[in-house]
Ligand binder design. Structure first.
Ligand code: MLT
Length: 203
């Protein structure tokens, strides 16, 4: 029996206790971030689902009404669905949820941030590349044992620096240990992002 609720996904077992939950950007799929996962954490298991929402044929993790304007009801529902998938994948693949690290890019980073805010028990850490504030939770989660790396582009046309800082503050107020880095980049990922996130993971 496959993990329920199911997502189309890849699971690649590793040799360490850690599992990296890879969350792709709009138009991506479950295979996109596998090389990045191996590069960031060569010994970790990789769990990589494909977003279930289609926008003009492009997979995403939740619906949006316009660029940067999210359908909050759908976002909440999809966040719980993804967290439930992670919980069942943990049992199915016999991996340790205490060592689950989300690595998300763009739309994937936004749902990872939403998981931190709505289902904090599912993640030990998160690397958020080009993330926005996904939502403001009704009650503050306890993120006091969660580490978060935020990688932003200083000339990102989609995510202004003020929004990156607001996300950092939101997570910090919930107790998370935040590292925030701005790179000379736009919305796309750079080698500097990967290098800095890799170094952060090793600490
Ligand atoms: C989103 O919709 O999550 C953000 O606008 C980022 C994107 O996917 O373009």
């Amino acid at each position: 029996m496959r993990p329920q609720p199911d997502f189309i996904h890849e699971f690649i077992p590793g040799s360490s206790a850690r599992t990296v939950l890879l969350l792709h950007g709009t138009g991506g799929n479950e295979r996109d971030l596998i090389p990045l996962g191996h590069e960031l954490d060569p010994n970790a298991s990789l769990l990589s689902p494909r977003g279930k929402v289609l926008e003009n044929g492009m997979p995403r993790f939740f619906r949006r009404l316009a660029e940067g304007v999210f359908d909050l009801e759908d976002l909440k529902k999809r966040t719980h669905e993804l967290a439930d998938f992670v919980v069942s994948a943990v049992a199915h693949y016999k991996i340790d949820i205490k060592h689950m690290i989300a690595v998300g890019y763009s739309n994937g980073a936004n749902i990872a941030a939403s998981m931190l805010l709505l289902r904090p028990e599912t993640l030990a850490a998160a690397i958020l590349f080009r993330a926005m504030v996904p939502l403001i939770p009704e009650s503050q989660p306890d993120l006091s044992s969660v580490r978060v790396f935020i990688g932003a582009g200083s000339s990102d046309p989609i995510v202004p620096a003020s929004e990156t800082k607001q996300l950092a503050e939101l997570l910090r107020a919930a107790g998370a240990d935040i590292t925030i880095r701005f790179f000379q980049a736009g919305h796309g990922l750079t080698h500097e992002d990967l290098h800095a996130a890799h170094e952060w993971l090793r600490v």
